[in-house]
Design a protein around this ligand. Structure first.
Ligand code: AGP
Length: 603
């Protein structure tokens, strides 16, 4: 959740460090800080606020040196205060640490250290790390030994970076369950929570695994297994992302940029080799039972997959929210669990996968971030290739995942014989129209959707209704509205409405109906039924439809005619734009909504 970075350079690194932490700001943005080592002294500056605010208020640009670490925080333990912001230091000022994760035994460690006379200045779990380092350094008189002793005491999850006046040319970092990556440059080396920490400077990376720590200078690095103290050789990974893709490129927000990138995102998914999908389809056939799992948006992508597999391949692969997986699923050696994740670092999803593996299950994942923990944990991976998604709310990545699951369902249908070769070819050909269809919606409907969003952005309560696969679209679209516009939007199946929620319909509640094309006769007619139920009770209706009777709705977004298989994707784009424009009309922090973080790496 928090972003950490570190740089060891030959010349002043402070401007690199600030750029780096700014690039990681989507991981957490309630406070930030940095520590720079110069002339055998560590200077720490930190405060609450965004990176830009803290840079200006604390004049971070005034601090210079060849070695530094920085942090942008998403508070877990301890309120959002300047004192709780990272870096944290040891009482003698010799160690400074930035940490991401949760030290689960910090109360016990803090108690022990306090008994020894250590004074804590913050409420964080993280502060135990510099004090432990100080304690063990006094005993061992060696930084690396002190780090090893410290790691042996820490429980929970961590990725942390440290610098120390005892070794003014070296950065240290360590990892357990929270992501940590080294960037290997020329005359400068980096530490980052993810590639964005250093992709502007180098595309060579080394991904650390659990129980590993690393020692870096500006021209060397070594990695050690913390459990055995033995050195580890690891291959350099080339980061496939283009650094340009991580820039806003003239758009006012990353969210809008990423929504507008979707025609290219789709093309990337369409380029995924059929053989890859076949492999996963065969794993689904081989499994005694299979699940799709995800969290938040990726749970809705999973739900989307459930509907597609059922319809196109007549396979039942239920979707389960990752955080509920171990309580609601049956897992054994015959089970396949397919996880969906943009970051590949989401704690709940990783935990569900670990649980599945412990029970002997086979695992697979659809992931966007190369080298992420999930890609290394599972037996089988499909990389979605969507490029960096910087906005905290997921848009292009979700669409890509839903499309991959659709292609998987088509391949599975073909292999199982629920689709003929002709039907399969027709559906695949239809999917190839999707980039142009999305482009047309972006070009022709954005202005119109903006008008609707502005007209209604002051309505606090929204119902999002969909039937069949459009139910998944409604759920995801409602989540977008909640996340980015902070409006209460509840998604549900249209048929569910009459079983209670109908009581809410009236003044002050808007209902959006995701109506399928007329060609999907049953779903279309059922959606009209839900629409009538709302209308009869005087509810305000906004229709997103293709060919329904316009007089049914007070407001509407009518989409062009298109093959039925494209309908849910087209409506998803409308849902994204509606949320985006409502958020901008309400002057929300679009790319970094309050209380959220891009990748949720804690329980
Ligand atoms: C999406 O808009 C959300 N920010 C959130 O629900 C997200 O999809 C979820 O936390 C899963 O993240 P992941 O895809 O990185 O695993």
């Amino acid at each position: 959740m928090c972003g950490i970075s570190g740089v060891a350079g030959l010349t002043d690194v402070s401007h690199i460090l600030l750029a780096s932490i700014k690039s990681l700001e989507y991981r957490g943005y309630d406070s930030c800080g940095m520590a720079i080592l110069a002339q055998r002294r560590i200077e720490i500056r930190k405060d609450v606020g965004t990176v830009d605010e803290v840079i200006q208020r604390q004049r971070l640009y005034e601090v210079h040196g060849l070695l530094g670490i920085a942090h942008t925080r998403w508070a877990t333990h301890g309120g959002v205060t300047s004192v709780n912001a990272h870096p944290h230091r040891s009482s003698d000022g010799a160690f400074a640490v930035v940490h991401n994760g949760i030290i689960s035994n910090y109360r016990q460690l803090r108690g022990e250290l306090e008994e020894l006379g250590y004074v804590f200045s913050s409420e964080t779990d993280s502060e135990v790390i510099p004090h432990l380092l100080h304690f063990y350094y006094r005993r061992e008189q060696d930084v690396e030994r002190a780090l090893q002793c410290c790691l042996a005491r820490l429980e929970g999850s961590y990725a942390f970076a440290l610098l120390t006046t005892h070794e003014p040319e070296r950065l240290y970092c360590a990892k357990l369950q929270s992501p940590l990556i080294l960037g290997i440059g020329s005359n400068q080396n980096f530490i980052g929570s993810d590639f964005n920490a250093f992709i502007a400077y180098t595309r060579s990376a080394v991904v650390l695994d659990d129980h590993e720590y690393a020692v870096l200078t500006n021209d060397s690095y070594r990695i050690i297994n913390a459990l055995t103290s033995l050195p580890i050789r690891k291959n350099l990974m080339h980061i496939a992302w283009d650094p340009e893709q991580a820039q806003k490129g003239g758009y006012p927000h990353y969210m809008l940029k990423e929504v507008f990138e979707q025609p290219q995102t789709v093309s990337k998914v369409l380029a995924i080799e059929r053989g890859e999908l076949e492999k996963l389809a065969r794993s689904l056939f081989d499994a005694g039972r299979a699940y799709f799992i995800g969290a938040g948006t990726t749970y809705y992508a999973a739900l989307f997959g459930q509907y597609q597999l059922a319809e196109l391949a007549q396979l039942f692969v239920p979707a389960i929210s990752s955080d509920e997986f171990k309580f609601g699923a049956l897992v054994d050696a015959e089970t396949l669990v397919v996880a969906i994740s943009q970051s590949g670092e989401t704690y709940d999803t990783l935990e569900a996968l670990r649980f599945a593996r412990e029970h002997g299950a086979h695992t697979a994942a659809i992931v966007n971030v190369q080298g992420s923990s999930m890609t290394r944990l599972v037996d089988q991976v499909i990389m979605q290739g969507s490029g960096p998604e910087i906005c905290v709310v997921s848009t292009k990545s979700a669409l890509a995942q839903m499309l991959i699951l659709t292609r998987l369902a088509l391949v599975a249908g073909l292999l199982r014989g629920t689709l003929s070769a002709v039907q399969y070819d027709e559906r695949e050909a239809e999917l190839r129209l999707l980039p142009a269809v999305i482009q047309r919606i972006l070009n022709e409907k954005s202005g119109f959707i903006n008008t609707i969003a502005r007209r209604h952005c002051h309505v606090n309560d929204w119902l999002y209704l969909g039937r069949g696969i459009y139910y998944a679209v409604a759920m995801e679209s409602a989540l977008k509205m909640k996340e980015v516009a902070y409006l209460h939007a509840e998604g549900m199946p249209g048929g569910f409405l009459k079983h209670g929620t109908l009581a809410l319909i009236g003044e002050g509640v808007n209902t959006i109906v995701f109506t399928p094309p007329r060609a999907q006769r049953e779903l279309h007619d059922l959606s009209l039924g839900s629409t009538e139920e709302v209308k009869a009770r005087g509810g305000y209706l906004i229709g997103i439809h293709f060919d329904a009777e316009p007089s049914l709705y007070q407001d509407q977004v009518q989409l062009p005619e298109m093959p039925a298989i494209l309908g849910p994707f087209a409506q998803l784009v409308v849902g994204q734009l509606l949320a985006y424009f409502a958020a901008t009309a309400l002057k929300r922090n679009v790319d970094k909504p309050r209380s959220l973080a891009k990748s949720v790496t804690v329980a």
